[in-house]
Design a protein around this ligand. Structure first.
Ligand SMILES: Nc1ncnc2c1ncn2[C@@H]1O[C@H](COP(=O)(O)OP(=O)(O)O)[C@@H](O)[C@H]1O
Ligand SMILES: [Mg+2]
Length: 257
């Protein structure tokens, strides 16, 4: 069985009492092969405000015009990505930051016209990740992709939802685990209780009922997709110390699939 682990880190959980990056380094020391995928929504919003670029969401996706894309790429593939690489190195981790546009990792097409430069992944080429893992590096992936039209790259960058990217990468790698570290203890049901396990059928019901909504939707979809590819998919509270280590042992969070 694969010893690969994909962990998606949301911007909201870093920098408090969390130990996500320490946990990543600890897992690498144990001989596992972690891949980090990160978001950065809050910092992007901050920078958009700084540059007086108005922003809005449709179906949970950030409508991305040309100026928005500039900020998204600069913040995600620049500031957030390099900060994570630097922070991982403090604990002794050897990390390499890259975006999905690097090494042909993520190919995408535009979702639709009104969303602008928002992409959906059409293909994952795992070679850049496998090469880095083979060499003992932790790949740190910013969810930016290169647009492909038919058989050719257009040269355009596209903004990809980080949760979706994590799910697609985990499935393509046939990773053993996909863990989402977020700012809630797991997925709540209609009574407000955090569930230990969520099946695909139940996920459909809870979504229909509006109990699973907003930022949780792409996570659940990504988990189900990765679970289909054989991953153990877990959504856990990244604000808690040791959350990642407990999540892969399924001692915390919600297992989806
Ligand atoms: N059923 C649910 N259970 C738990 N959280 C939910 C649920 N439905 C929606 N959410 C929301 O999803 C949020 C996590 O997604 P998001 O804000 O996008 O965080 P991240 O930065 O980790 O992607 C939670 O803070 C919560 O408000
Ligand atoms: Mg989110």
């Amino acid at each position: 069985m694969s010893d690969t682990l994909v962990v998606k880190i949301g911007g909201s959980t870093l920098g408090g009492g969390d130990t996500a990056l320490e946990d990543v380094v600890a897992l690498q020391r144990r001989g596992l092969r972690p891949v980090v995928v990160h978001g950065g929504g809050a910092l992007i919003s901050e920078w958009l405000k700084l540059h007086n670029v108005p922003t809005r969401f449709e179906r949970g996706l950030r409508v991305t015009d040309e100026r928005t894309l500039e900020v998204v790429v600069a913040v995600l593939a620049g500031l957030v990505n390099k900060r994570l690489v630097a922070a991982l190195s403090v604990g002794g981790g050897r990390a390499v930051g890259l975006s999905g546009a690097d090494g042909g990792l993520l190919k995408a097409r535009r979702v639709d016209e009104p969303l602008g430069f928002v992409g959906e992944i059409t293909e994952v080429d795992t070679r850049p990740l496998l090469d880095l893992l083979e060499d003992g590096f932790v790949p740190v992936l910013a969810p930016i992709a290169a647009e492909w039209r038919g058989e050719a790259p257009s040269g355009q960058l596209l903004n990809i939802n980080a949760d979706t990217a994590a799910g697609a990468v985990a499935a393509a790698l046939a990773a053993r685990w996909l863990v989402f570290l977020t700012d809630v203890p797991g997925i709540r049901d209609e009574s407000g209780e955090t569930m230990r396990v969520l099946t695909a059928a139940r996920a459909g019901e809870l979504r229909e009922a509006g109990v699973i909504e907003g930022g949780m939707i792409p996570k659940v979809e990504a988990c189900l997709r990765a679970a289909d590819a054989g991953c153990r998919s877990v959504i856990a509270d990244g604000r808690r110390a040791g959350a990642l280590l407990e999540a892969i042992e399924e001692k915390t969070g919600t297992v989806v699939g």
